[in-house]
Design a protein around this ligand. Structure first.
Ligand SMILES: NC(=O)c1ccc[n+]([C@@H]2O[C@H](COP(=O)([O-])OP(=O)(O)OC[C@H]3O[C@@H](n4cnc5c(N)ncnc54)[C@H](OP(=O)(O)O)[C@@H]3O)[C@@H](O)[C@H]2O)c1
Length: 283
């Protein structure tokens, strides 16, 4: 009579869960992912949870966090969240403390939260808006890293991933604070990599190109089209034509690069910024 023999050694089916666990890239890790209620952060949280991590989500909009965490939990993953405005120092501290309360530690920090800010030239850019954009991208990444690094150094292990942007490496008009913040994140990445390298901590960055499915990207596209006096479709087509692949990137494609940089697959990489942009920047 035919029977199913599991694996070359004829292992019993009961061995399947532990074998699958050992194949997961982030088994037993705790990942704190900012800006994870939607868009790229949500895709990263979903993928990390599938790969065995307990994921801690944070952003300002509780409804989106609850939906994202619920989806992960109902798929068998471990997720918790705290709503916070990460431009506020005390709220950054609250997020890290709540993650530790829920899951006991922070092994991985992904600094992803952000918004584009005004789409205007420097001479028209309101200072208060400039400060807000710097605060969510660069200052929050600094504050959260400051909060998790002592724990990572103590256990001689940890990963920080900063979601920067193609805007850090190219020259697009009308987004001075955004480009400056994203370029600042690359400097912060390299300094933290230098400080953490002999203490078991790796720090890298991703520079995504246009991930057109997200709220930030759609809003930016609409404003740019208006400023340029073209339709949103024409603006997008013109922009995508400047990429070697001639297409947008997906949030899932950014998440897969994030998984690589946050797992042991990239164990010899630190201080790097990886372009996931369909071929635009080459350094
Ligand atoms: N989409 C692209 O084309 C692209 C390209 C390059 C880089 N990026 C970067 O990728 C990251 C994610 O962007 P996305 O495209 O996924 O945009 P998104 O869908 O608009 O997501 C942005 C996330 O950041 C959160 N956030 C914004 N301000 C916050 C604040 N003050 N405190 C806490 N959370 C805050 C948002 O939630 P709340 O509004 O609820 O707070 C949301 O969860 C950003 O850093 C962005 O600069 C995006």
């Amino acid at each position: 009579m035919a029977h199913l023999d599991f694996g070359p050694a004829g292992l019993p089916p009961s061995a399947l869960p532990s074998i699958l666990d050992s194949l997961m890239e982030l088994q037993d890790r705790v990942a704190l992912i900012t800006g994870s209620g939607r868009g790229i952060g949500r895709a990263i949280a979903q993928l990390f949870a599938k790969e065995g991590a307990a994921v801690f989500l944070t952003a300002r909009t509780e409804k989106e966090l609850s939906a994202a965490a619920g989806e992960i939990s109902s798929g068998g993953g471990r997720a918790a969240y705290a709503a916070a405005d990460l431009t506020m120092e005390a709220e950054c501290a609250h997020v890290v403390a709540t993650c530790r309360e829920k899951f006991g530690k922070v092994d991985i920090l992904v600094n992803n939260a952000g918004h584009y800010g005004p789409v205007v030239p420097v001479e028209d850019y309101p200072l208060a808006e400039f400060d807000k954009v710097i605060a969510i991208h660069l200052r929050a990444a600094f504050l959260l890293s400051k909060l998790v690094l002592p724990e990572m150094y103590a256990k001689k292990s940890g990963v920080i991933l900063n979601i920067s942007s193609l805007s850090a490496k190219t020259a697009y008009a009308w987004g001075s604070a955004y480009a400056a913040a994203k370029a600042g994140m690359l400097g912060l990445t390299r300094v933290m990599a230098a400080e953490g390298a002999r203490q078991g901590v790796r720090v890298n960055a991703i520079c995504p190109g246009p991930v057109t499915e997200t709220q930030m990207s759609k809003e930016l596209g609409a404003v740019l089209a208006k400023r340029m006096g073209v339709s949103a479709e024409e603006q997008l087509a013109g922009f995508l034509n400047g990429l070697l692949q001639g297409r947008a990137q997906t949030a899932d494609e950014i998440a897969r690069a994030a998984l690589f940089l946050c797992s042991e697959q990239s164990s010899a990489m630190t201080g790097q910024s990886i372009n996931v942009d369909g071929g635009v920047a080459f350094y």
